[in-house]
Ligand binder design. Structure first.
Ligand SMILES: Cc1cc2nc3c(=O)[nH]c(=O)nc-3n(C[C@H](O)[C@H](O)[C@H](O)COP(=O)(O)OP(=O)(O)OC[C@H]3O[C@@H](n4cnc5c(N)ncnc54)[C@H](O)[C@@H]3O)c2cc1C
Length: 492
């Protein structure tokens, strides 16, 4: 059996590890080629050696990848006694990258595995159902694969203001050491968007340079997610695999959203959390809420945030068990608030934001309606369609392009797969259409194609796929689905 994995981050490496260690495949004759555009084997894009301004946004306790031994990252840190592992309780991202290299080392050193540094630009299915790969430098390669796992990470960044390619506009800021320019203290620097990437950039700029003018966040409507409040109490969920099975409707084989909500309400009651007051106080991305939370450190918010961490691994399974109308009701009425509270701004980072705002090193311009490159090589900013000011350098942090057709304009591979109709848009228009939980790419007429797609880009089905542990778990599940399909059901 010949297998290709494209993308060697946590997703691709988890697939690789599972294919090598599953009892059904361990003794099989196989060759696994793993391609990575940038040679980031095991680390993937977010965790390569880069600036110390880049921090993990989750606690070390929540970052272990070994499902049987979830504290393995904490223990790894203890065994790598090095003072420069973290700041304000958050581990540097490149340190997590070192852990990933150690964690996946055996898989990459396996005799059946070949690591290839190359950008994969195209795929095609042959008459016998195998798959051929083209790379940027070598074109179509001779090897034919029985299955291809695409573990490309997130979709390309949004090009919200059509500035991609403009001088002094940084479209995708990572890695910082390569993409960030040499700033001058007189530069008027703007960050477009205030999510996790925007905060990375802010931390970098505040450390790097004392600008004459404050750094500016340009945002449309929503500002920061809720402030992350440290929580000492252990919070667990009663939403387990067994609970899902017990509560599945026997005829429709779906779970009712109201049943899930009742159960969450019971858990919340137990911990003294009131969902309605949480939404009212912290569910709307308002700076005033962040400030209040930062100083008051509300226990209720801290516990709710821990609760959301406790459901990370089961979350997409719960979502997929709902009926389609209930999924939509969840997405409309609950998920936006949950996202704001769950994907929180680390407490120390919020401290940095508030300090920089107070000291006039940072400002926020809201209701940005358009941004245009002007003839003098700078950028005009419009707020509610009125010109308000000009910036010299803009850094994009608007998030990933959900629309797969637009996203494909920025990637050779996605463009070719969309053109060949090997990728179809998900019904919501967001990301590709994949099967649950196998993550196989679905085609128009249910034609079988041996291609599996993983990572954040499939978040419309694999909801919440922006977390290291969940990404690893989904990679393992997809690999196991493939193994069961091709080698038979695992008796273990
Ligand atoms: C900036 C950033 C910070 C994050 N921080 C955290 C965090 O603190 N905590 C957390 O839990 N989660 C975090 N995440 C979520 C993150 O998505 C996961 O933790 C995880 O690292 C994603 O792994 P992946 O394998 O899906 O993607 P990636 O790690 O991005 O790996 C994808 C790989 O595919 C390769 N590739 C892409 N296209 C091609 C191609 N055409 N040909 C060949 N190779 C290709 C890339 O070079 C890359 O190495 C962060 C995500 C980002 C983007």
């Amino acid at each position: 059996m010949k297998i290709a994995i494209v993308g060697a981050g946590i997703s691709g490496s988890s697939v690789l590890q599972t294919l090598l260690t599953d009892p059904l495949t361990q003794d099989q004759e196989k060759q696994i080629d793993i391609y990575d555009h940038h040679g980031n084997f095991a680390q993937g894009n977010p965790y390569i050696p880069d600036s110390n301004a880049l921090l993990m946004n989750s606690e070390a306790n929540d970052l272990g990848l070994d499902a049987q031994h979830p504290q393995d990252f904490v223990e790894w840190l203890e065994n790598h006694d090095n003072e420069d592992q973290m700041v304000d309780g958050l581990v540097y991202r490149h340190i997590y990258g070192e852990y990933l290299e150690d964690y996946f080392q055996d898989s990459y050193e396996h005799s059946q595995v070949k690591s290839i540094t190359a950008e994969v630009t195209d795929l095609r299915i042959m008459d016998d159902g195998t798959c051929q790969i083209a790379t940027f430098h070598d074109g179509w390669i001779d090897q034919l694969y029985d299955v291809v796992f695409l573990a490309l990470g997130h979709a390309p960044y949004r090009n919200s203001y059509a500035l991609k390619g403009t001088d002094d506009y940084i479209h995708d800021p990572y890695p910082f050491y390569e993409k960030m320019p040499d700033f001058d203290s007189t530069d008027r620097v703007g960050i477009i968007g205030s999510g996790a990437t925007g905060l990375d950039i802010m931390r970098y700029l505040l450390e790097k340079e004392d600008f004459d003018e404050p750094i500016t966040f340009y945002v449309r409507e929503s500002l920061f997610n809720a402030t992350g409040i440290p929580c000492d109490e252990e919070i667990t969920t009663s939403l387990t695999w067994e609970w899902i099975e017990e509560n599945m409707h026997s005829q429709t084989e779906t779970l009712m959203l109201d049943t899930v909500l009742e159960q969450v309400e019971k858990d919340f009651e137990h911990y003294g959390i009131d969902w309605h007051s949480l939404v009212a106080n912290y569910g709307h991305s308002r700076l005033s809420d962040n400030i209040r939370a930062y100083f008051a450190k509300p226990e209720e918010l801290a516990k709710a945030q821990r609760y959301f961490v406790s459901i990370i691994l089961i979350f997409p399974h719960l979502f997929q068990a709902l009926s389609i109308p209930d999924q939509q009701r969840f997405l409309d009425d609950y998920f936006p608030y949950m996202t704001i509270m769950r994907a929180s701004v680390p407490y120390s980072t919020m401290g940095l934001v508030l300090d920089a705002l107070k000291n006039n090193r940072l400002r926020i311009v809201n209701h940005v309606s358009s941004i245009e490159a002007n003839q003098s090589g700078t950028f005009d900013i419009y707020n509610d369609d009125n010109y308000i000011e000009t910036a010299d350098i803009l850094i994009n942090a608007t998030g990933f392009e959900d629309d797969i057709l637009k996203a494909s304009e920025q990637s050779h591979l996605l463009k070719n797969l969309v053109k060949r109709e090997m990728i179809l848009p998900h019904d919501s228009g967001k990301g590709p259409l994949v099967a649950w939980p196998s993550a196989e790419l679905m085609t128009r007429e249910d034609i079988e194609q041996p291609i599996v797609m993983l990572g954040n880009i499939i978040h419309s089905t694999h909801l919440g796929n922006n977390n290291a542990r969940l990404i690893a778990s989904q990679g393992r599940i997809a690999a196991r689905c493939f193994i069961e399909k091709y080698f038979g059901v695992n008796e273990e």
